[in-house]
Design a protein around this ligand. Structure first.
Ligand code: HEM
Length: 420
């Protein structure tokens, strides 16, 4: 794909939360009323055929935009140790990601050459809610590129944490692409196009894909999504439509003491967490519910009726309903002191066959965003140390990354201020 088409040929761009059924409904056919309805800042839309997530914005897509059905993480290492090559790769990633998210028509070439794109989405292309989020790892700030003085303050190589058995082949990376879309072929197409464009410099280190069941109409406090332990996952997640909350907890602001280039970005904690599902499936329901702290069927906190009910910890100091060591209670005790450690979870379920012992290799690709790793992910993880759930899960990979600030103008590229 090439980014040098004249501006008038480029599709119209909408605000961060504008979702168009672009494939089903050509932009020319889109009336003003429909456009107004689609651009409401208050109402993010769930998955649908051909929806389009805007590329431009002060934050990258895929963080505070609605969840999609499928997710893919791909971590890369850089071959070349020079800054100009790194800048070129980031410019290419930006252009390619934008073209993919906007279904930019591929460049036609003489048939004597390889076609410019995979063809797996057919000749008209599709967006299907594709969002591409580009992040950088702590290793990008080692002595290869002279960026040491620009490192985000808290960006470190992910340490071994409680219960971890990190496999180097699934851990860390100079650069991480987080892709999400409503169709798996859109993800594979995007990955191939992005890799093709950058293959002179980016070498795949690990990747993982999986799925979710996002809500057609997201409502804070409830969800139909379930993880592979069979529990609702996402119930008490942060409300992505609450911009003030996102600014307070998720996106780096100008007063957060981070380098100026990082404003608008977000720390990203990625954990590939294997689940021992056979063992879990042999655990009594009663115990499963106590381990999580919620009713398995309804998702309600134990002792409450509805999924959206407050767990009422203040009225239950001894943990008669929700045990003191239940996952939800340890993760978020809901006190004023712990309010600052709330995180935005954006993971997905994975299943990748079975291991040498014949056990299913299933789990959660946990991804969280926060403006501070220390106050966010690491604080929550420290509270979870020793939780009963640990017996059923094993973190085997992932890494700490920093999601670059978004791109707000046509000629800008991801990481431009970092490399300026
Ligand atoms: C395989 C591993 C994990 C499983 C199966 C799991 C499962 C769950 C479930 C079922 C819920 C309740 C529903 C909801 O609010 O989404 C939940 C909530 C939560 N989890 Fe996890 N989780 C896992 C790992 C983690 C990790 C690694 C963290 C962070 C370090 C974390 C942080 C949270 C938080 C903050 C909540 C919301 C608690 C609340 O506000 O009430 N989880 N998790």
């Amino acid at each position: 794909m090439s980014g040098d088409r004249p501006p008038e040929e480029r599709p119209a761009r909408l605000g961060r939360r504008a979702f168009l059924g672009s494939a089903a409904l050509g932009s020319a056919a889109l009336g003003a009323a429909a456009l107004a309805a689609c651009t409401s800042d208050e109402e993010p839309r769930g998955p649908g055929p051909g929806r389009q997530v805007p590329f431009l914005g002060s934050h990258q897509p895929g963080i505070d935009t609605p969840a999609a059905r499928f997710g893919l993480l791909a971590a890369f290492n850089l071959v070349h140790e020079d800054r100009a090559r790194l800048a070129k790769s980031l410019r290419d990633l930006t252009d390619e990601a934008r073209g993919l998210m906007e279904a930019r028509p591929p460049e036609r070439r003489d048939t004597a050459y390889p076609p410019t794109e995979t063809g797996i989405l057919g000749p008209d292309g599709r967006t299907d809610g594709l969002a591409v989020t580009v992040s950088v790892g702590a290793s990008l700030f080692d002595d290869r590129f002279g960026l040491g003085d620009r490192q985000p303050r808290e960006l470190v190589r992910m340490p071994f944490l409680s219960n971890d058995r990190l496999d180097p082949a699934q851990t860390h990376g100079d650069l991480l692409l987080a892709l999400s879309a409503d169709q798996p072929d859109v993800l594979l197409h995007a990955l191939r196009q992005l890799m093709r464009r950058t293959r002179d410099n980016l070498v795949l280190h690990w990747m993982l894909d999986g799925y979710n069941r996002p809500d057609a109409k997201p409502v804070p406090g409830r969800t139909d999504n379930r993880n592979l332990l069979g529990f609702k996952d996402g119930t008490a997640n942060l409300d992505i439509t609450d911009k003030a909350l996102m600014d307070e907890l998720i996106f780096v602001g100008a007063d957060d003491g981070e380098p100026a280039w990082a404003v608008g970005g977000s720390y990203q904690a990625v954990r590939i967490i294997r689940m021992f599902v056979e063992f879990w499936d042999r655990t009594p329901l009663n115990e499963q519910q106590k381990i999580i702290g919620r009713d398995k069927a309804s998702g309600a906190p134990l002792g409450q009726d509805r999924e959206s009910d407050d767990p009422g910890y203040a009225e239950d100091p001894a943990g008669r309903h929700v045990p003191l060591d239940a996952h939800i209670r340890m993760a978020n005790p809901r006190t004023s002191e712990t309010a600052g450690s709330r995180i935005l979870r954006r993971g997905f379920n994975f299943s990748r066959g079975f291991d040498n012992a014949g056990r299913l290799d299933q789990g959660l690709a946990f991804v969280s965003y926060q403006k501070s790793l220390t106050r966010g992910f690491l604080a929550v993880q420290a509270r979870l140390k020793g939780e009963p759930l640990e017996e059923y899960i094993l973190p085997v990979g992932g890494g700490f990354f920093f999601a670059l600030p978004g791109v707000t103008s046509e000629d800008a590229w991801l990481g431009q201020q970092l490399l300026a």
